[in-house]
Write a protein that binds this ligand. Structure first.
Ligand code: MLY
Length: 265
């Protein structure tokens, strides 16, 4: 479910614009997800990207797969779009003359890898080639602008996709800032990252879009003062420039509750 979050309302309330779909690498019509739990495929080991490993689908959400490398533990699951170039049908590696590798942190002795691989693939349900999708091309250039809204994977909690805002643009990089999280989850990535999506992506794919956080973003530049006297009256502490400190709550406003004017920042 969408947690009752409405982009339409939110864009109006925040007076903001969504990043146009042509800014993103993601295909405008999301690819279908025809995978099933338990299917096996080949995937690049995210912790050792020169290795091609066997992975099992352990979860599905929207156009994404939750993958676990066979022979690895359950603490290193990762998510891939169904049209990722980092996944392919079983047999692809061998066809191109490569060898399947044990994952980083293979839980058995390295010498038992060949037998492990044999047993893993024996009778396995392999994801059929027809359910893989070609990765879309990247846009020719970075078309993002500061302030544009988007949906983005929280890289610290990659099962979450959240409302976000472009915070900065530098060459082919963008700063993805998470609405209502005070910068704690922000990251820089390329404009053609597979972790960012146009507004409306989750509702098209059926993925869950988290609501914005409830923590107020610390403004970059201090709000224009109501008058020099206000600073003096509040005491010398408030005159210190740019120290991100805790703000005092107004009496009557509960802990964790935002002042009305900031509730949607
Ligand atoms: N347990 C974590 C979850 C935070 C998720 C933030 N994302 C959605 C931007 C926490 O509360 O810190």
């Amino acid at each position: 479910h969408q947690g009752h979050f409405s982009w339409e309302k939110y864009l109006k309330e925040t007076g903001s614009q969504p990043a146009p779909p042509h800014c993103f690498k993601q295909s405008c019509s999301p690819p279908s997800n025809d995978y099933k739990i338990g299917m096996k495929l080949e995937a690049q080991d995210p912790r050792n990207t020169t290795s091609t490993c066997i992975a099992s689908v352990v979860g599905l959400t929207g156009a994404r797969l939750r993958l676990r490398l066979d022979g690895s533990d359950n603490k290193n699951d990762f998510w891939r779009l169904v049209d990722s170039s980092e996944i392919q049908p079983i047999g692809t590696c061998e066809k191109s003359g490569g060898m399947l590798q044990p994952p980083l942190g293979f839980r058995l002795n390295a010498s038992s890898w060949p037998m492990f691989l044999l047993k893993t693939l024996n009778g396995a349900e392999m994801a059929p080639a027809k359910i893989f999708h070609k990765e879309p091309p990247s846009p020719a250039q970075n078309n993002f602008e500061i302030g544009m809204k988007l949906e983005a994977v929280d890289r610290k909690n990659p099962h979450f996709i959240c409302p976000a805002t472009i915070g900065e643009v530098r060459g082919s990089e963008i700063l993805v800032t998470f609405d209502g999280w005070r910068g704690a989850f922000d990251y820089w990535c390329r404009y053609d990252s597979r972790d960012i999506f146009p507004v409306g992506w989750c509702s098209l794919t059926g993925d869950n879009l988290q609501p914005p956080g409830t923590k107020v973003a610390i403004p970059k530049s201090p709000a224009p003062a109501a008058g020099i006297a206000s600073g003096i009256l509040r005491g010398p502490k408030t005159l210190l420039p740019g120290v991100p400190g805790r703000r005092r709550r107004k009496p009557g406003r509960k802990k964790g509750q935002l002042p009305k004017a900031l509730a949607h920042q």
